[in-house]
Design a protein around this ligand. Structure first.
Ligand SMILES: CC(C)(COP(=O)(O)OP(=O)(O)OC[C@H]1O[C@@H](n2cnc3c(N)ncnc32)[C@H](O)[C@@H]1OP(=O)(O)O)[C@@H](O)C(=O)NCCC(=O)NCCS
Length: 188
């Protein structure tokens, strides 16, 4: 079991242990304006759903969950799909997200997976892709130019790049017009 460096707490495989206060109030109010992820039961259901199809780990601070990550086993386990990843707002920018990703990669590698993939939505106009009405004529070249529009409110595509992930595709209009899903992957 890895040790989370700054909290001095371990990562736990998630089993909906009732002794752990599952109190992550949001997966992201900014990325999920419908608020569905904010509900306690909704969060528990999300963990259940991930555990049915894969693996999940949380970082804890005392008895509080401060972040969690899931990995769905796809392509017969040769690929793990990172979904979801969330760090509690007050605990962000302190290395927890990066550490959770590294922990999931270790687990996937140990299980024989060769790749981690993920999709990261741009639903609220935070990347350059949202400024283009029709992405299709610009594919695949446009994939090299994806960038966050506001450095003060960067899109997670920058976070995943800093963890070694490459953009491998995009689904234009996945969440409505000019709201694409950006696909990223990393070889383990
Ligand atoms: C994205 C998220 C998981 C990052 O977690 P975190 O614990 O704050 O990230 P870390 O502190 O480990 O940061 C790692 C690196 O990414 C950068 N980074 C952190 N959050 C970032 C973000 N939202 N966008 C861009 N870069 C980010 C940091 O500067 C850091 O780089 P550095 O080590 O060179 O300084 C967190 O912001 C979050 O939970 N966001 C809401 C949910 C979400 O968007 N999940 C991803 C959906 S695909």
């Amino acid at each position: 079991m890895n040790t989370f460096p700054s909290l001095g707490s371990p990562f736990f495989p998630m089993e909906l242990d009732p002794t752990i206060n599952f109190s992550l109030k949001d997966r992201s109010s900014e990325s999920r304006p419908d608020g569905d992820w904010g509900a306690f039961e909704g969060a528990r259901q999300e963990v259940r759903d991930v555990l049915e199809e894969g693996s999940a780990f949380c970082a804890v601070d005392g008895d509080r969950v401060v972040g969690w990550i899931g990995g769905l086993h796809v392509y017969h386990g040769k690929v793990w799909e990172l979904h979801p990843l969330v760090v509690a707002p007050a605990a962000r920018r302190s290395g927890i997200g990066r550490a959770l990703v590294a922990h999931l990669e270790d687990a996937a590698r140990a299980a024989g997976a060769a790749t981690i993939m993920l999709g990261t939505d741009d639903e609220d106009g935070r990347t350059t892709l949202s400024q283009i009405d029709d992405l299709y004529p610009l594919l695949p070249g446009i994939l090299c130019e994806i960038a966050s529009l506001d450095p003060a409110n960067p899109h997670p595509v920058d976070f995943y790049r800093s963890c070694g992930y490459a953009v491998v595709g995009v689904l234009p209009d996945a969440n409505g017009v000019r709201k694409p899903d950006i696909y990223m992957a990393k070889r383990l």
